[in-house]
Design a protein around this ligand. Structure first.
Ligand SMILES: [Zn+2]
Length: 299
């Protein structure tokens, strides 16, 4: 049985350190193969998806996390959104006029920042910005945790792009427990470093081929580890006809009607899942008079 598309959490009960391991396959393929992305973009989105899943598990409330890269390099924009229910979606934009893209993370992105947006279902939105000035996404995220939360964190991200249309990504995170951060700073740095050293020994071969129990045993059999039930990770898009209609409220009615006169309908395509929502003149009248739009979907 595959244990991909699952997030696993564990706790080093004696060390005030927690861990997470995620492996993505089917959920990821919906994202990285929804466009003709060059392999470099597939890799970037794969790492971002694994990272976002790991970060979502750090949420202390119900809501969403968005990881968004903005850059002046060949990749202008890449985003992965996730919810506390471990649903993922994502999209990227790059300079399609380039004959080929560079391989290295730092060459793909120039003057780049990572914007981390945390949106609780109730309460205020939080946004953190990290400069993407390190050689890998994992290192940039480690720096983010050190700076914004003063939590020693180790993240490893791996991708397997060998099979066509069957991309895999994985990530492992260990982090000192937030409740004991100050105490941990002083007392448990040694334990965190020790667990970090063990985590470093995990190979890609093991990550993508062994059952999760075997991985955890192989890495941490000398530690006391409490493993929690796994959580499924799925691809899911939050777009809807209602949300698309909402966006049309900001466009002049006359302009919408002239598009309909020319093209027969307003067609709105979701950039994440490619769902198409169509609106005719009756819909436009309803939208601009503040009425509900009939909720038939056109996929
Ligand atoms: Zn969608």
């Amino acid at each position: 049985m595959s244990t991909f598309d699952q997030l696993h959490r564990f706790l080093f009960s004696k060390a005030n350190v927690r861990g997470e391991l995620v492996r993505l396959n089917e959920s990821l393929n919906h994202i990285v193969h929804s466009y003709e992305y060059p392999v470099q973009i597939q890799r970037l989105l794969s790492e971002m998806a694994a990272a976002t899943s790991l970060l979502t598990a750090t949420l202390k409330f119900e809501g969403e996390i968005g990881l968004q890269i903005q850059s002046k390099g060949p990749v202008s924009y890449a985003v992965i959104n996730a919810t506390h229910n471990q649903t993922l979606r994502g999209v990227a934009r790059w300079d399609e006029s380039l004959p080929s893209l560079p391989e290295a993370f730092s060459d793909l992105l120039k003057e780049a920042v990572l914007v981390i947006t945390i949106t609780p279902e109730e309460g205020e939105r939080y946004q953190g910005v990290v400069a993407l000035d390190k050689p890998s996404l994992a290192e940039c995220l480690e720096a983010y945790f050190e700076q914004s939360e003063q939590l020693a964190t180790q993240i490893r991200l791996m991708t397997d792009l060998q099979q066509v249309e069957n991309t895999k990504a994985a990530g492992i995170l260990i982090q000192v427990l937030p409740t004991s951060a100050e105490a941990t700073d002083k007392a448990n740095t040694g334990e965190f470093e020790h667990i970090g050293t063990l985590t470093e020994t995990l190979t890609e071969e093991e990550m993508f081929n062994l059952p999760v129990d075997d991985i955890l045993y192989r890495l941490y059999h000398q530690e006391e580890v409490e493993v929690y039930p796994a959580q499924s990770v799925t691809f899911s898009c939050s777009c809807s006809r209602e949300r698309s209609a909402e966006a049309l409220k900001n466009v002049e009615k006359a302009e919408l009607l002239s598009i309909i006169a020319e093209e027969g309908a307003i067609k709105m395509n979701c950039q994440y899942c490619h769902a198409e929502y169509r609106f005719d003149s009756i819909d436009v009248e309803a939208i601009h008079s503040g009425n509900h739009v009939a909720s038939t979907t056109n996929q």
